[in-house]
Ligand binder design. Structure first.
Ligand code: SF4
Length: 368
């Protein structure tokens, strides 16, 4: 392995959004600094220390909720352990309510070159219902501050199928997103996950989402709008200006190795026994104690069988515009999905059709 992708999980947020099932905690104070120091220590002890980074991605949680000093402590540890290769993509997620020009300047000077901004919606009512800490004006201010700090590669995360969201309101969101001229757009359909505040509301009948048909229309509105604005739909839910695909996420989708650091981070690395996927302890306090006491940091790990690797490659590869090699599939299964209008085959690769994009899981299951 001459280079790899590096993911760092920062598990803190100013508050917990009602729909969120990520490993994030509304904690502030000393625990943030203790965790940042522990992550830096985990990185220094990494079994893949010294292997250069093709991509670095700070996610969470909200990395920009850390103080500038704590964020840079972790970042410098990553740079020491994984010197970035020439042209490496170095991203941090950011919440529009937790950034200002000075933090962006410090991040840009340190070496971050891409910002992924959790915009989610430009409607203040939506943002309030989602329990986001920011308002729509903060998104515009954050983009302006990031541009001023020198970031020329900005992603906006946008959510659709929000409670009571109309198609008209969704299109207004797209207008405001496009006006900011992002280089990349990641699209998320709101899903109500167990163990979230939204799930309880959903059980009480307090949440009404647009029906399936409207969700398809909303996706297609975004697809048409992005295409008209010069974006390429290189992955089902991701749109980029040419050449500005998220290189880090492509590493996951191609099934390449990645190191994961921080509470709850997942990593996938080659070992003598095969590819090992591991998940770190999730609670920051437990994670910090384990690092301090030199105990194992991950709480679960598995060696992926060749068959499960193959299944994942198919599931993830189908999401990509470039699709998967035909030889990964069985001709009879492929004929069936093609007959239903979900797949097409050109130049030895199987791709989803525009209808098939709405049935990706079904196609993947049929082909595996
Ligand atoms: S900001 Fe993101 S990670 Fe944090 S609580 Fe909200 S959805 Fe979860």
């Amino acid at each position: 392995m001459d280079s790899l992708a590096v993911y760092v999980h920062i598990p803190f947020c100013p508050s917990k959004c009602g729909y969120c099932d990520f490993n994030s905690y509304a904690q502030t104070g000393d625990i943030q600094t203790l965790t940042a120091n522990a992550i830096a220590e985990e990185i220094r002890r990494s079994p893949v220390f010294g292997i250069p980074a093709k991509t670095i991605f700070f996610g969470g949680g909200t990395p920009t909720y850390l103080s500038e000093a704590d964020l840079l402590t972790v970042f410098e540890a990553v740079l020491d352990a994984h010197p970035p290769v020439e042209g490496a993509e170095i991203t941090s997620e950011a919440n529009p309510g937790t950034v200002d020009a000075s933090k962006f300047r410090a991040m840009r000077q340190a070496g971050f070159n891409r910002i992924s901004l959790g915009a989610q919606s430009f409607d203040d009512g939506d943002l309030k219902r989602l329990d986001r800490v920011h308002q729509s004006g903060d998104i515009e201010r954050a983009v302006a501050a990031a541009r001023e700090a020198g970031f020329d590669n900005i992603n906006l995360d946008l959510m659709f199928a929000l409670p009571n969201q109309s198609r008209h309101a969704w299109n207004r969101n797209l207008d405001r997103a496009m006006a900011l001229k992002p280089e990349h757009l990641s699209l998320y359909c709101l899903t109500i996950e167990p163990n979230t505040a939204f799930y309880k509301k959903h059980l009480r009948g307090e949440i009404t989402q647009p029906d399936d048909e409207m969700q398809v229309e909303m996706y297609e509105d975004c697809h048409a709008r992005c295409t008209a604005e010069g974006f390429e739909n290189y992955e089902i839910s991701n749109f980029s200006k040419p050449g500005l695909e998220c290189k880090h996420n492509l590493e996951y989708w191609y099934g390449n190795p990645y190191a994961g650091y921080g509470p709850g981070a997942v990593g996938c690395l080659p070992t003598a026994e095969g590819v090992m996927r591991y998940t770190n302890l999730k609670l920051p306090e437990r994670y910090v104690t384990a690092v301090d006491e030199g105990k194992p940091i991950f709480f679960e790990s598995e060696i992926l069988s060749r068959e499960s690797e193959r299944l994942e490659r198919i599931m993830l590869g189908l999401r990509l515009r470039e699709g998967i090699p035909t030889e990964w599939t069985n001709p009879t299964d492929l004929q069936r999905t093609t007959h239903r209008g979900w797949t097409e085959t050109t130049n030895g690769r199987v791709r989803l059709t525009s209808a098939g994009r709405h049935f990706c899981s079904e196609v993947a299951l049929a082909l595996v």
